[in-house]
Structures are given as structure tokens and as C-alpha cells.
Design a protein around this ligand. Sequence first.
Ligand SMILES: Nc1ncnc2c1ncn2[C@@H]1O[C@H](COP(=O)(O)OP(=O)(O)OP(=O)(O)O)[C@@H](O)[C@H]1O
Ligand SMILES: [Mg+2]
Length: 352
Amino acid sequence: MATTNRISPATDSPLKAVDERPLLVVDDLRTVIHTPRGDMKAVDGVSFSLRGGETLGVVGESGSGKSVLGRTIMGLYRSGPGMTVSGRVEFDGRDVHTLSPRALRGLWGADVGMVFQDPMTALNPVKKVGPHLTESLRKHRRMSRSDAAARAEELLNLVGIPEPRRRLGQYPHELSGGMRQRVVIAMALANDPKLLVADEPTTALDVTVQKQILDLLDRLQAELGMAIILISHNLGVVAGRADRVAVMYAGRMVETASSGALFGGARHPYTEALLDSIPRLADAPHMRLEAINGSPPNMTAPPPGCRFAPRCRYAGQDCAEELPGMTTDDGGDVTKADHLFACHHPVSAGGN
Ligand SMILES: Nc1ncnc2c1ncn2[C@@H]1O[C@H](COP(=O)(O)OP(=O)(O)OP(=O)(O)O)[C@@H](O)[C@H]1O
Ligand SMILES: [Mg+2]
């Protein structure tokens, strides 16, 4: 049984500016990747909305579809020979998947920034730090060479890189992992995006640097007011940072709630298991973490019922047969409820 409230819930600061109007609406999004082994339902019916200035944490085990979701929201993954995307992604009133390739490039450069999972793929090893930043500024903002250089220095300063002018003349391999990740974040912020998608921004970094980068994102959000989608396999990373959390399992969103409600009273057994797998400061030094038994399903042939049922200690016959839809505690309107979960036998706030 999961004890509740052991992770501090996000403090919903009254000073934080969150718009009432949604900036991003994702509706029944599906990304089917056509592989030689069959069609893989990497994202399978995900819906949520995000307001300006809000942080959504997307969590789930490796392979649950978090990166594919991020890339599909960005319009980087669209229907073509290799995959089929259906559903809707509306950013600031525009349907991302009907934009022309040119309009889409404009969107990436100016309105949406993405920090990719592997920072080295975002950096060209034979290009100095300076051009990584100035090329986008010159292209999207039509800045002069000297203005772009000044803005690049300002951006490195913003992300906490000491001696920014000197760093602009260095190659990525001359920087530490933490500094490289700061450069990648500076690139994503170059044109003041309204939305930043940060996919595992700290995985390759050691624990102290991880905290520095996450604190940097917090500070940048407070200063710049952008919305953030923070993707992580670790619930501990989004705890205290995200306003809302969405839990993914095998391509589907299985639970979503404001941080306080989720960390205070998870209803989906998978979320409960994820909470049990977070290390706690109070744990004895060599205590084993509670691992989740079994492994996620093959997404080319997922089980017909709840995808988590084969691993779930609470599953009944109904779970194997019928895929649960999103529901609320009071059976109310799922488009308005704060806390949604897809489970036939939800755990209650005090255990099942
Ligand atoms: N381009 C691709 N071609 C084929 N399969 C893919 C492709 N991209 C992702 N997948 C598959 O889709 C599923 C979801 O992958 P995804 O990268 O979104 O997982 P993730 O939740 O981001 O995992 P991680 O925590 O390891 O980053 C996985 O089974 C993965 O192997
Ligand atoms: Mg990923």
C-alpha cells in the first residue's frame, strides 16, 4: 500500500501567472508507428489541455510513449509513410498537424521550444556554441550579426553560464554535461517561446547538476512566464515543480491531476506503484526500492483490457476484458474535473 503525502506537493504559488485560456489542447491524440513487426500504438488516445504559464509533468516508465507524445505535439512526428497520427493538437488556436512545413518551422523557431532527451543530438560537435544560438536568431528574428551575438551572450547569461562571451567561442565538447544542457535550454529559449517541451532534461546529469537544471527551469518559467511540459520517467523530478501531472502507461494516459491531488491521493494502481519506486530521504541507506513487477506490454499487440492489468495486484476479470476510460471520483464531467483516472478498481486515498 502506498503511504500518501510523502512527497511535498507543488506549492501553487498565488503569484504565479497562469492564463485561463488553454494555450495547448491535445484531443484523442494517437501516433501509430508502422514497424516491420506490426503497427505500434506508441501514443494511444491522449487528451489534455495546458494553459499559458502552467507546468505539466508527464511521467511513466521507459517506453511508455512520453517522447513520442512530445514529438507529436510539436508536429515533428506527423502522418507519413512511417507513421499515422490522428486526433488534434491545437496550439494557440492553430491546428499543428494541418500547418504547412514552412509554418511549422516558424512555430518551432518562435513559439515552441524543445529540449530533446539527448543533449548531444541537439549540438553539432564541429560547431561552436555561438552559432548554435545565433543561426536561429538571425533566421527567425532577422537579427544583424552583432545583435544576434549580443542576444546569444544574454541567453547564456540567462541560463547561468559564467563567462558567456568566452563560452560562445568554445566547442560543445569543451563544456561539462551540465553546461551543455544549459546551452541546449538557451537554444530552446532563443525566441521567447510560449511553450517549452523539456524531454528528460536531466537524465544524463549527476544528481547535484540535475537539481541545478531543474531549478533553472523553475526560475526561467517565473521570469519568462512560459508554459512547460516536463517529461520524466521519475515522479520525483516533477514533484514540487509541476502544477499538473499526467501519468502515462503503454501509450495511454492513466491518471492526471493537479500535483497536490496526485501526490496526496493517487487513484491508479500504476501511479501508486510509481510512487513506491521513488527513493525517499527517510529511507535507510541501502534499502531496496519497490520495483514494479513484470514489464510493459508489447505495443504492437496490447492486451484488450487495461494495459496495466497483467502487472496489477488489484486486477479483476473485468480489467482483462474491458479497457477502462477516464473517470472522476464523483462521476462528473471529465472535461472539467481536476482528477481523472482510468481504472476499474481505483485505489482510494488511504489504500485499496
Ligand atoms: N521512430 C521510432 N520507430 C519505431 N519505434 C519507435 C520510434 N520511436 C519510438 N518508438 C517506440 O515507441 C515506444 C515509445 O517510445 P518513447 O521513446 O516515446 O518512450 P519514452 O516513454 O520516451 O521512454 P524513455 O523513458 O526511455 O525515454 C517505444 O516502444 C519505442 O521503442
Ligand atoms: Mg523518452
